[in-house]
Design a protein around this ligand. Structure first.
Ligand SMILES: O=C(O)CCC(=O)C(=O)O
Ligand SMILES: [Fe+2]
Length: 280
């Protein structure tokens, strides 16, 4: 068992095919190393100011630094990578739309033990979603090389159909080894966890995840990104962040106003969501 690698030239269809089969794959060199370095430099002061986790799951030698949209303009093209969004749309096609779920740099420090093997969709109160209904699509972009030694994410490719269990161990997993700028794509159903860092360096991954528009977002974008910054962002990014209705009636403001109209201070026509009225 190993994680499949595709080149950066792979089409969204090719990536989606592997994602459906294995629930995880790596796309080599999808981001320029210069862009990754720009993000690292924009985020450095925030990483330095981030406290380590306070429990075993978030990692006591691991820092989780969020709010990337507001803090690092260079992340916007990663968050809106056209091929990745195409794949996200294909995986989450059962829902009317999808949105940004969270943006987070995960810095696993030296001597950090491996994380418990888990499914990310357990964040939704362990609800048992249907086997053929994906609610979440995730990326981890390598900001440093990912090696088995420095804590590369551990995965069980093809584990999406297994029953829920807290008993899976590291021995059942393989490391997502990849070079800086590469992107690990994985679904909310695949078993995985951050690896143990036995090296002297910090492993940094940029976790950008997306979920269906009818579920709550893990990172609250409305408060993580200050309003004065949000007002300067383009419409398509704001919609992805959640400034839209999530299905027919989810997320409107007061008298059925569209959240984007409210942010812009414009008086768009008030109505239920941007999708057709449900058929009764
Ligand atoms: O940092 C990683 O490699 C994975 C982290 C993870 O799976 C999580 O925090 O849910
Ligand atoms: Fe996870």
């Amino acid at each position: 068992m190993s994680v499949t690698h595709l080149p950066a030239t792979a089409s969204a269809n090719e990536v989606h095919d592997v994602l459906q089969r294995d629930a995880a794959l790596i796309i080599d060199g999808l981001a320029d190393v210069e862009l990754i370095d720009r993000i690292a430099s924009e985020m450095r002061p925030y990483i330095e100011a981030t406290p380590s986790g306070t429990d075993d799951f978030s990692g006591r030698a691991t820092k989780r630094t969020g709010g990337l949209i507001g803090r690092s303009p260079a992340t916007h093209q990663i968050v809106q990578h056209p091929m990745v969004l195409d794949v996200v749309g294909k995986l989450l096609h059962r829902a009317k739309n999808y949105q940004l779920h969270l943006t987070q740099l995960i810095s696993i420090g030296p001597d950090s033990p491996g994380q418990t093997i888990h499914r990310d969709q357990w964040a939704f109160d362990f609800f048992e979603f249907p086997d053929d209904y994906d609610v979440q699509c995730n990326t981890i972009w390598a900001m440093t090389d990912f090696t088995e030694e420095n804590g590369a994410t551990r995965l069980m490719p093809g584990s999406q159909h297994l029953p829920n269990s807290f008993e899976h161990t590291i021995d059942e997993t393989v490391p997502a080894e990849m070079s800086k700028g590469s992107c690990l794509l994985y679904t909310g159903k695949v078993y995985h966890g951050g690896g143990e860092n036995r090296s002297d360096n910090t492993r940094i991954g940029m976790n950008i995840t997306y979920n269906v528009g009818w579920l709550r977002q893990e990172e609250n974008q409305y408060l993580s990104v200050p309003r004065e910054i949000a007002e300067e962002l383009p419409d398509d990014l704001l919609r992805l962040m959640g400034y839209r209705t999530g299905a027919y009636a989810l997320g409107y403001v007061d008298d059925l106003r569209d959240p984007l109209d409210v942010l812009r201070g414009s008086s768009g026509a008030a109505s239920f969501g941007d999708s057709a009225a449900p058929k009764l």
